[in-house]
Design a protein around this ligand. Structure first.
Ligand code: FES
Ligand code: FES
Length: 155
């Protein structure tokens, strides 16, 4: 089957099997910044923003979200022109294995776009679905606080 999606602001028509997940369709469509970790909704590596809400794309059937707007980490910013959240992750030393980072950045974006003044508990809850096995979450939390501050200061 075929479906039209708006991915990172650009309309795309993609072909996929009726039972394909959004994760499969995105990766097959070249959006490899969306990572496949557990494929069971546990790790958060595949997180994207779908119509304004954070989802784990391995748990969403593509057929059920045809016509939707999808934002991935590359839609937020690029190496040359990073989003303040991406820059905050770099500056706070929170870019770790790199595999989980796109999902964490998207979880942060979903949080800060709805809540510019998150408490530490709210940050913890927002990142609850993103698992990191390489180290602790201290630098990641620092990055979210820094991003919140910068986004408040610069609109
Ligand atoms: S790959 Fe989707 S949550 Fe792990
Ligand atoms: S950032 Fe990927 S395991 Fe820690």
């Amino acid at each position: 089957m075929e479906g039209r999606f708006v991915i990172n602001g650009v309309e795309k028509v993609l072909s996929f099997e009726p039972d394909a997940t959004l994760l499969q369709v995105l990766r097959d469509g070249g959006f490899t910044e969306v990572k496949r970790g557990c494929d069971t909704g546990e790790c958060g590596a595949c997180a994207v923003v779908l119509n304004g809400d954070l989802v784990t794309s391995c748990k969403v059937y593509a057929a059920s979200v045809v016509g939707s707007e999808i934002l991935t980490a590359k839609g937020l910013g690029t190496v040359q022109n990073p989003h303040p959240i991406q820059q905050a992750f770099v500056d706070a030393g929170a870019i770790q294995c790199g595999f989980c980072t796109p999902g964490m950045v998207m979880a942060t974006y979903a949080l800060l776009s709805k809540n510019p003044y998150p408490t530490d508990d709210e940050i913890k809850r927002a990142l609850d679905g993103n698992k990191c096995r390489c180290t602790g979450y201290v630098k990641i939390f620092d990055a979210v606080r820094l991003a919140a501050e910068r986004m408040r200061d610069h609109g």
